[in-house]
Design a protein around this ligand. Structure first.
Ligand SMILES: *[C@@H]1O[C@H](CO)[C@@H](O)[C@H](O)[C@H]1NC(C)=O
Ligand SMILES: *[C@@H]1O[C@H](CO)[C@@H](O)[C@H](O)[C@H]1NC(C)=O
Ligand SMILES: *[C@@H]1O[C@H](CO)[C@@H](O)[C@H](O)[C@H]1NC(C)=O
Length: 173
């Protein structure tokens, strides 16, 4: 009886180890083309809800933004496309400093076409290189886990156009 239990445990552990060693680690760096001027027909991030009577800004608690940023290989908007960053941001800190990020990286390039990486977590909006969690993935990123950073790489205030560098490190099957 004890021997059987021991065998079962050894087998279970072996399966777990075999699976863990199958994990690949992938590091990627890409650039989000972000236009927040709602007067621009090509706007990619829009506040859609907020507290009545308050300005719907990134520093106002309760403001929800929906986004669909085009992603490119380099900071140049004309560089080859990688995919889209689709999801939402919610200013979730009462002091307006923290934003809760729920974003899917939807790949459309040759290598990862159709695969996704799911990002979820608090981003400290004014801390460069703040980390957010990669909680899941699909396709080539099944079972993905890891972390990612968003940092403003280029900013043009008059046109409200920015390029955000997105670095991600994921372990996946
Ligand atoms: C919007 O995008 C189109 C297609 O890329 C471009 O031709 C146009 O100049 C852009 N408009 C503005 C205001 O940036
Ligand atoms: C990605 O997949 C879609 C649908 O299967 C296809 O239309 C498109 O050409 C593919 N893109 C690339 C870059 O392979
Ligand atoms: C992102 O990756 C680039 C290299 O691809 C590196 O130079 C940069 O420091 C990284 N940014 C962060 C916030 O880690």
């Amino acid at each position: 009886m004890l021997t059987n239990l021991f065998l079962v445990l050894v087998l279970a552990t072996a399966t777990f180890l075999a699976k863990a060693s199958d994990l690949k680690e992938t590091k990627l760096s890409m650039y989000l083309q972000d236009i927040s001027d709602v007067g621009n027909p090509n706007v990619t991030v829009i506040p859609v809800a907020g507290i009545a009577g308050k300005a719907w800004t990134v520093t106002q608690f309760g403001t929800i933004f929906v986004t669909d940023d085009y992603i490119t290989e380099t900071a140049d908007p004309k560089s080859p496309g990688v995919g889209r960053a689709q999801g939402m941001y919610v200013t979730a800190g009462l002091d307006g400093l923290n934003s809760h990020v729920m974003i899917s990286i939807v790949f459309r390039n040759k290598e990862y076409n159709g695969s996704t990486i799911q990002i979820q977590g608090i981003s400290q909006q004014f801390v460069p290189g703040t980390e957010v969690a990669v909680v899941a993935g699909t396709g080539k990123f099944r079972f993905a886990r890891g972390y990612a950073t968003f940092e403003t790489y280029f900013l043009d205030i008059p046109t409200q156009y920015s390029v955000i560098r997105f670095n991600v490190t994921v372990q996946h099957h």
